[in-house]
Design a protein. Structure first.
Length: 529
């Protein structure tokens, strides 16, 4: 320790005391971490300023508090199925569907500029920041962003168009805005700073330029599951739900008090919030069910020697696993093998950048389709039961979004595969007419056993561990249903709301290296040669 009196840390403690708890950090965590850093300073004799202590105590940059996605615990759930289940190109809803929606939105805004301003336009520039920049290359974010700029929408884009951008990256596309015309290409999508003071880890800016002058600029955030926000975003106005709920406890109370299922509560809310008929809600859900079965079917058809795009050179294995599982002499092994193969099939489709369904995200897009396919194709469960299952699963996803996160960049893989598995458990329980308590218990159990799971995709590609992880998420969902439907439901000790809280807290505490940055875990330990 220093003998100089001026260096004595305990001489003047004013600089050691932090004045206030920074935004976005809970008091207890901050005080504990701050105390540890302070104690270390005293023991080692190293001066640590209050500012440095603040920085170290908030290891992860906090999300901006004015993001709508952060103001999640206020008011009833107002998310609807058409916002939640989105069809779009893989491999990551926040890195492909979100950015494509963002640049499409920007193009629409640009078209509304006055004609004299538009006439000066010479270029459009997209800047990717944070996680979008760190792992965007592996996700094809630049291709998705360019596709949105040239007017493609996620649900209808031909995956062959995105493949062609990968195979021929020098293509240029003419853009017409009013009387101005200029070319856009992948060179206009810039991988910018990976670290900085961003409102959200998935931040982008899009600019319309006139030479070096900016005619229009908008900052956007791809906040998970294909949802987007922008600076100054206000959520669209919606009607009040028939059965307002902000927790599973409230949701179940509506179901139990009205002697209806969780699915019927959600159906009534969908109708009241958006002013839709039952037929319209069901038509949308059926479209999603069909898209989910189609993605499993097309994944199973891929030949065994197919290699997924990217440096990992990962071979497809869904078809092989399925065929070999069918040869197994034990029926239970055939079931687990087939379910895993369905999840691998849909997830490999995601890895190819083909169309998938966010449930809740692209990375987790193998989980729900595996169960939907299994229920329909193997168990021959009637469509209306699967429909109800989809609505109950959506409720589970809504609550996780409302109180925690669906974004790996915010919460690691527990927020993707964990939520997907929880949704899938609710789907199966509902499809088998389980009472609301069993639906909750199944969803809780599946989520609980994914808590803490980090996101560390190798080389930034949503393949390893993501593809197999979908299979595990699907099997865990089935396990959760098996336990929930066979235990004494009232003795299930942990309620869903407590586990969602744990999800949110774990997301906050998780080291930022494990949040879709490819800077740790498998992304470091797996060596590609
Ligand atoms: S590790 Fe999980 S969260 Fe991360 S990209 Fe893969 S599936 Fe998504």
């Amino acid at each position: 320790m220093s003998n100089n009196e001026n260096d004595d840390l305990l001489n003047d403690t004013s600089n050691l005391l932090s004045q206030e708890i920074p935004a976005g950090v809970d008091r207890r965590t901050f005080l504990m971490r701050s105390a540890v850093v302070g104690a270390t300073a005293v023991m080692t004799g190293r001066v640590v300023s209050a500012q440095e202590r603040n920085e170290r105590s908030t290891a992860d940059p906090p999300l901006a508090q004015d993001l709508n996605v952060v103001k999640k615990s206020k008011g009833p759930v107002l998310t609807t199925v058409d916002e939640f289940y989105k069809v779009g190109p893989g491999p990551s809803s926040s890195h492909t569907i979100g950015p494509m929606r963002i640049t499409y939105d920007f193009y629409q805004r640009a078209t509304k500029l006055p004609a004299d301003k538009l006439a000066k336009a010479t270029a459009m520039k997209v800047h990717l920041f944070g996680s979008l920049s760190a792992t965007g290359k592996g996700h094809g974010t630049e291709r998705a962003a360019l596709a949105g700029l040239v007017g493609k929408e996620p649900a209808t884009v031909d995956p062959a168009f995105l493949d062609s951008l990968r195979d021929k990256p020098d293509q240029v596309f003419p853009m017409k805005l009013g009387t101005a015309s200029f070319d856009v290409s992948l060179k206009d999508v810039i991988y910018d700073a990976t670290k900085g003071d961003f409102k959200h880890p998935n931040t982008m800016t899009v600019k319309l330029m006139a030479g070096n002058d900016v005619l229009l600029e908008q900052e956007y955030y791809s906040v998970g599951g294909g949802f987007i926000e922008w600076k100054g975003y206000t959520p669209p106005k919606k009607n009040a739900p028939k059965y307002p709920f902000a927790t599973m406890k409230e949701l179940r109370a509506h179901a139990d008090n009205n002697k209806i299922s969780i699915a019927k509560v959600i159906l009534a809310n969908e109708m009241s919030i958006m002013g839709r008929t039952q037929e319209e809600v069901y038509a949308f859900v059926d479209k999603i069910i069909n898209a989910m079965t189609a993605t499993v079917r097309s994944g199973l058809k891929m030949p065994e020697n197919d290699v997924l795009p990217g440096p990992i050179k990962l071979h497809s294995k869904a078809a092989t696993v399925y065929k070999r599982a069918m040869d197994d002499s034990y029926q239970s092994d055939r079931g687990i093998g087939a379910l895993s193969a369905y999840a691998l099939a849909a997830s490999e489709e995601n890895g190819r950048g083909h169309l998938v369904i966010t449930a809740p995200t692209g990375g987790s897009a193998g989980v729900m389709p595996a169960l939907v396919y299994g229920l329909i194709e193997n168990r021959k469960v009637p469509l209306e039961k699967v429909r109800d299952g989809m609505l109950a699963a959506a409720a589970v996803g809504y609550l996780c979004k409302h109180h925690a996160t669906l974004s790996a960049a915010e919460g690691g893989c527990q927020a993707e595969i964990g939520v997907a598995s929880s949704m899938a458990a609710a789907l199966v329980a509902t499809a088998y007419d389980a009472e609301s308590r069993v639906v909750e218990n199944a969803a809780e159990s599946a989520l609980e056993h994914h808590l803490g799971m980090t996101c560390d995709p190798v080389a930034g590609y949503v393949q390893v561990p993501c593809i197999e992880r979908c299979a595990f998420g699907a099997v865990k969902a089935w396990t959760a249903y098996a336990i929930a439907s066979n235990e004494i439901a009232s003795r299930h000790r942990v309620d869903f709301d407590a586990t969602v809280q744990a999800l949110a807290q774990t997301a906050k505490d998780m080291n930022s290296k494990y949040k879709e940055t490819s800077e740790a875990g498998l992304a470091l330990s797996v060596v590609l040669c």
